[in-house]
Design a protein around this ligand. Structure first.
Ligand code: DLZ
Length: 163
């Protein structure tokens, strides 16, 4: 459970709250599907490991990372959720597409979070190449889907006490 800090000495790495009371949306992009499927596996398993019931995880696919914002918006508008996790992978190419997509999805995700006063988590890899993405989707740098799920649980707990 998230708690208010009352003294300077209260600051510390917090324990991960139980995810049992919460309902999570996951929006996952089909672009770079080998990577995004691994992120999804990490996020899903992390939610389950922290107590989420499978029936309380609502996963939908969108074509690309650019569509994650609209997907999160649709989920929050139509389902009763405590947080949404957006999972995608944008790999630098030869054109400016990378910059436009990364900017759009980062801004979009934060705008949706503010619109609904609900956590919307940015679980999008933005990498120079395929290897960097693999390293962060279950490779040497862990699984960022797992980290996104932990962030969602902590923020759902904070929203529960403040909303
Ligand atoms: C078009 C495109 C390109 C070039 N690269 C990626 C990428 O690396 N990762 C990703 O998730 N999506 C990519 N897309 C697709 C866009 O996100 C979007 O689906 C299309 O521009 C249609 O709106």
């Amino acid at each position: 459970m998230a708690t208010r800090l009352k003294n300077l000495s209260d600051f510390s790495d917090t324990a991960i709250p139980s995810a049992a009371p919460y309902r999570f949306g996951i929006v996952v992009s089909e672009w770079n599907s080998g990577i995004t499927n691994a992120l999804y596996g990490g996020a899903y398993q992390s939610l389950i490991n922290h107590g989420t019931l499978p029936d309380n995880i609502f996963t939908y696919q969108v074509p690309g990372s650019f569509e994650l914002t609209a997907g999160a918006d649709l989920l929050l508008k139509n389902l009763k959720l405590d947080a949404v996790i957006c999972l995608g992978c944008v790999i630098q190419g030869e054109t400016k597409h990378f910059d436009f997509i990364c900017q759009a999805v980062a801004n979009g995700v934060s705008n949706v979070a503010i619109k609904y006063s609900k956590p919307v988590i940015f679980g999008v890899l933005t990498t120079d190449n395929q290897q960097q993405a693999e390293d962060r989707a279950g490779g040497i740098h862990g699984n960022k889907g797992d980290e996104a799920a932990v962030t969602a649980i902590k923020m759902a707990s904070l929203a529960e006490i403040l909303n």
